[in-house]
Design a protein around this ligand. Sequence first.
Ligand code: NFE
Ligand code: MG
Length: 483
Amino acid sequence: MTTLIAIDPFNRIEGDLRVEIEVESNSVISAKSSGIMFRGFERIMPGRSPMDALVITPRICGICSGSHGVAAAKCLAQAQGAEMPENGFYMKNLILGIEVVMSHLSHFYLLFAPDLANSRYKNLSVYESVSQRFTAMSGSSVVLALKARQSALEIMGLVGGKWPNSLAIHPTGTTSTMNLSTLTRTIGILKEFQDFLERRFLGCPLSEWLDIDSFDKLLKWHKNGAHVESDLGLFQTMCLEAGFDRIGKGPNRYMSYGAYDLPDGSTWLPSGYFDGRIHSFDQTLIKEHIGSSFFRDAVEARHPLEGVTSPLAEKSGAYSWAKAPRYDGKTVEVGPLARMIIAEDPLLTDMMLQMDSSVMTRMFARLREMCRLTMEMSGWLEKINPAEPFYAVPSSRFLANGIGLTEAARGSLGHWMKISSNLIDNYQVVTPSAWNMSPRDESGQPGPVEQALTGVSIADENDPVEVNHIIRSFDPCMSCTVH
Ligand code: NFE
Ligand code: MG
């Protein structure tokens, strides 16, 4: 007998998600992920000044507005042929970096961890400690994490002026600046944030944890000293006891656009595509498919520069307002795990090879990136020179189309802007969660989360917490998905 379970709305995420699973003999045989709202940002862009993208597109989302700002600014920089002073690179990287760190911290403590206190796990050795620390709102670590988040927000205020929807991000730099006093303050606050990570989250110096370069060494670290009692140590025990290393296998193809542009033309995190080995990334291979999406078009799939957003609510066979982006026709996972694999992070590459993609690898990749970024940001702060410019006066002429590719907290984010007579002719956005939460394409190929849910065993159909863990391990944002 097949049971249909619908989780609608799926709670503790941004935006509106409906997940439908078909269960047979306690095993998921099919899953559908639906973005159940239409928003229409792509419809309000044409006919406007290209610079309006800096103000409008960050409003796509309340939690990754800076990432949309960075993508829009990159689009415009390409369209204008703009140059940026060195400080502009580091300031933008700090805005993006602090947004991502804040997002990862909130995801772990506020969105993912409350499920660990589910009574399902009361027989596990760490259940009592985990409940005491991670219970929603009142857990002892949750309270401290919220304080650390406040430090991160203060840094955002100092580098980005405000958040969400900073107006400081421009194609030619940032209109926010730093003097010696704000710079010193920012360095001090970042240290406070690092202090939380070291004392509570890791139980050791950041550098010591980042030196771990294999799963074997992670297991040794865990056994040693206070580590097992840190938040990450407890989570590691829980992952292995509850089997989070064995659920949530995705497509095992990963993509990153690369991000954190540096003045020498390189990026801190590299771009690439992984399908068993790393290939160079080529944005011309991206197409958005609409076979199961509430949109009409004469063709099933288009490159975003030629993208069409024409809603059709009554479309037979469709079940999502998300389009289905594919790379070279294939589903790919994007996000911290993809970035760590493309960046050849030794710990995450080893974990992926040993235990495949899973809830545990995906969560560890996100937490690894939070730690790596925290270290990297202090380096970028040191590179800022208050005596030098942060911004250059831009040209008001737009001579080309713009493509703005970056990496938001949840994965690869792209804006494609077509310009005609100095006005926007077409603006297409493809967000990270559109990649991960996408519905089937016209060939019936399920999206990454739909695939990751298929095959998982459900112990209790009335409380399918396994499904929660798998979906949350991708950290979906449906506001972005249905932009
Ligand atoms: Ni709305 Fe976002 C991020 C973007 S979408 S949160 O990170 O872009 O997945
Ligand atoms: Mg789009």
